[in-house]
Design a protein around this ligand. Structure first.
Ligand code: UD1
Length: 421
């Protein structure tokens, strides 16, 4: 199993380009199921979750091609089965995103229940309740969700909790339903907006994405389209924290700074000088130690839970005390115990972590527990003295495109080792 060996060696410097957003690419690939005509995508990131999504579609009889590094063509004319097997769903929870499109176009779906996850229970009850109110018949058997509908019908759905993939699943299903669907308390994440843009390019009738109320008027069929996936805001922000934690100066390009306002506020509070342009953002720490920041996670446009672990790493070496509250997932502090192995001082109580910044961290062997936790360990290791060896780095490979290569290009001493040293 691959590990990462990192030797902390001072400020990162230079320029780095981000890939397309994983969390937009995954639902958009599944949107390909809604049409029998090709969906041509560009700026698709090269990472394991995308490979898993392509495999999942492929085993349903969908033709998936990768004509160039960042391009994918999905063509679902030959869709043969609506089954998403446990072997694939358990490696990627976002596989649930095939459910809505399959019921809407294929009339039936047989999708393994995702089960628990390191960061929380993560149920899919809201996805299922929404499909039921659109007329789908749903049963659970043998660990599978079986859903069936001759044709879905429009419905008025109010989400109990803001759910990103729940909003996406029902928005996709509603594009082919009979009549109008209204989604209230919908997720406003930029990836939901990007999916709506792609669906509209395919001929869907959607208004209100990016607000809590999305209206979808169902159509009989969707057509061929091209779509460019929006930049990855979490990768962008992770690279900026890498610059901040090492007291460096980094320009992140091919991105959209307006997607990370909540993170930029915190990085400015930490003492970073930040300048932005249409497609880039530059962070300069001017060699200074960061100030501790406090935050609580919220649905967009609040501070993203997917950046909580990385900001905790920053607080570990900052001046002062930072209080971090996680309100989205109930168990998303697994990285805290690993950061403590580097010498960090963190008190976790319930949904709150209090981090007292230390002047120095020292390298140690660590274990990654989930995708964003793996990024926080990498960041802390960049700021630690000596060597850190991070195990279970496959979590990072699921969701970051070549993070170690990008950090190495900025001057980090980081390398992949294929077996234990
Ligand atoms: C998505 C993102 C993930 C991000 C998360 C929150 C993708 C592929 N993943 O995950 O990176 O961390 O949003 O921004 O886009 N919930 C229910 N019932 C449901 C659905 C959700 O109770 O049916 C709860 C969850 O347990 C959680 C909260 O709602 O506490 C938000 O989860 P949700 O937005 O659904 O997360 P994902 O869409 O799985």
């Amino acid at each position: 199993m691959d590990k990462l060996l990192i030797a902390g060696n001072g400020p990162l410097q230079g320029e780095v380009a981000v890939a397309g957003a994983k969390n937009a690419a995954l639902p958009i690939l599944c949107a390909g199921l809604l049409s029998d005509q090709p969906l041509q995508l560009s700026n698709v990131p090269r990472l394991w979750d995308v490979a898993t999504a392509c495999k999942l579609l492929g085993q349903m009889g969908v033709n998936v091609e990768r004509p160039a590094f960042d391009q994918v063509i999905v063509e679902a004319a030959g869709l043969t089965t609506g089954t998403a097997p446990y072997e694939l769903v358990r490696t990627m929870r976002a596989s649930i995103l095939v459910l809505g499109p399959l019921v809407a176009r294929h009339g039936e779906a047989h999708v393994s229940l995702p089960g628990g996850c390191a960061i929380g229970a993560r149920p899919v009850n809201l996805h299922l309740a929404g499909l039921e109110s659109m007329g789908a018949q749903i049963t659970l058997e043998g660990g599978f969700i079986n859903a069936r509908a001759a044709r879905l019908r429009g419905a008025h759905i109010v989400f109990d909790t803001v759910t990103v993939t729940g909003t996406e699943n029902l928005m996709m299903a509603a594009t082919l339903a009979d009549g109008q669907t209204v989604l209230e308390n919908a997720a406003r994440e930029p990836e939901v907006v990007d999916l709506a843009k792609c669906l509209r390019a395919m001929g869907a009738r959607i208004v209100g994405e990016g607000t809590p109320t999305i209206r979808i008027e169902g159509v009989a069929r969707l057509a061929a389209a091209h779509h460019r996936v929006l930049p990855d805001r979490i990768e962008t922000a992770t690279l900026l924290v890498a610059a901040a934690i090492t007291r460096g100066c980094v320009r992140v390009t091919r991105t959209d700074p307006t997607l990370i306002d909540a993170v930029l506020v915190k990085l400015r509070q930490a003492g970073a000088r930040i300048s932005t342009g249409d497609d880039h953002v530059e962070l300069d720490m001017r060699g200074r130690r960061p100030q501790a920041v406090s935050l609580h996670t919220l649905p967009y446009p609040g501070f993203p839970t997917d950046m909580q672990a990385q900001l905790m790493a920053l607080d570990c070496i900052a001046e002062g005390v930072g209080t971090i509250r996680e309100t989205i997932f109930e168990n998303r502090f697994m990285h805290a115990v690993e950061l403590q192995r580097l010498g960090a001082e963190i008190q976790v109580e319930g949904d709150t972590a209090v981090v007292t910044g230390q002047r120095r961290l020292t390298g140690a062997p660590l274990m990654a527990s989930d995708l964003r936790a793996s990024a926080s360990l990498v960041l802390a290791a960049l700021a630690a003295e000596g060597e850190t060896l991070i195990d279970r780095i496959y979590h990072m490979d699921r969701g970051y495109e070549n993070l170690e290569g990008k950090l190495a290009a900025l001057g980090a001493r980081i390398k992949r080792v294929a077996k234990p040293l």
